[in-house]
Design a protein around this ligand. Structure first.
Ligand SMILES: [Zn+2]
Length: 299
């Protein structure tokens, strides 16, 4: 069936893009390459409208939907998935019809969650699992790719416990993605410790607090760190004092010299680079809590 084939091509080529870019995919130089289907190039999304159905599709249902980086993903999540609003206008307006047809036909689609201007974290396959025409919203629930690794198929998750687990897991992932999308630009896409400038190797490390529980995706509760320094920070091999100085654990400092250890030891006592804007600087009180823990563990 043609509609199914369009979706399969979209998912397969999107997986390749995700592998190429890491987790977040840029629009320029990434998604704007479109995906190939029977000799045509088909857009993945419509950045203006949110709800998107490709002209090449025969079926009536949307291929992708979009959430802006400005709207916090977590605010709209329930146990069953994300509450996604219709567009303005009639429920019978063409985009709304495409969204609702995805519910009627139970076809998989892509949910592009904006992480920063021009960047998206694609979440697929997703299914529209409820349609509330009077409330003008649908429920979008993550599904799974199942079957052989080289030719997986999208599938709904029927078991309610597994589904709730998947919704929660997706929520944490998307929340982290949007957090990262705020932190990295504040640090000009560099590691606060070593200044490495390669977004694919950078994480948004949070200072304290479980992000999911506190929901505090504020920039001052995070720092941009490269994978090595993030891991060292999480493992208490490296601490950051409330006055922004790097402290390497005694254990590591006393260790034999080696080029790998220099990656860490070389930063002992140095000041990290923090954003200029006051509201973006790492919160000193949170750092103090975290540093206390580091001192206990590193002793
Ligand atoms: Zn680093």
């Amino acid at each position: 069936m043609r509609d199914e084939d369009v979706r399969a091509s979209c998912f397969a080529q999107l997986s390749i893009l995700c592998a190429e870019f890491g987790e977040d995919v840029p629009y320029l130089g990434g998604l704007d390459r479109k995906f190939a289907f029977r000799g045509q190039r088909i857009p993945y999304l419509n950045r203006q409208k949110g709800i998107y159905r490709a002209a090449a599709q025969r079926g009536p249902a949307a291929l992708s939907i979009q959430t802006s980086y400005k709207s916090p993903y977590g605010d709209t999540v329930t146990d069953e998935g994300v509450v996604y609003a219709y567009r303005a206008g009639s429920p019978e307006q063409s985009d709304n019809r495409a969204l609702r047809a995805a519910f009627e036909l139970q076809v998989p689609l892509v949910h592009f969650v904006g992480t920063r201007p021009g960047w998206y974290r694609p979440n697929f396959p997703c299914y529209v699992t409820a349609d509330d025409a009077s409330g003008r919203v649908v429920m979008v629930t993550p599904g799974r790719m199942v079957g052989p690794l080289d030719d997986p198929e999208p599938a709904r998750v029927k078991d309610p416990i597994e589904r709730r687990y998947l919704v929660r897991e997706t929520r944490v992932r998307m929340h982290q993605a949007q957090f990262r999308g705020r932190i990295l630009p504040a640090y000009l896409d560099r590691c606060a410790i070593c200044q490495l400038k390669e977004a694919r190797l950078l994480d948004a490390a949070h200072i304290v607090g479980d992000l999911e529980r506190t929901g505090e995706a504020v920039v001052s509760n995070g720092m941009s760190l490269c994978s090595i320094h993030h891991r060292a920070f999480d493992q208490y091999l490296l601490g950051i004092s409330p006055d922004y100085k790097v402290e390497i654990s005694r254990r590591l400092l006393d260790d034999e010299d080696g080029p790998m250890l220099d990656l860490l030891k070389g930063h002992q006592g140095r000041e990290i680079q923090v954003p200029e804007r006051k509201a973006w600087k790492p919160d000193r009180e949170r750092l103090a809590v975290r540093f206390e823990r580091f001192l206990e563990r590193a002793a």
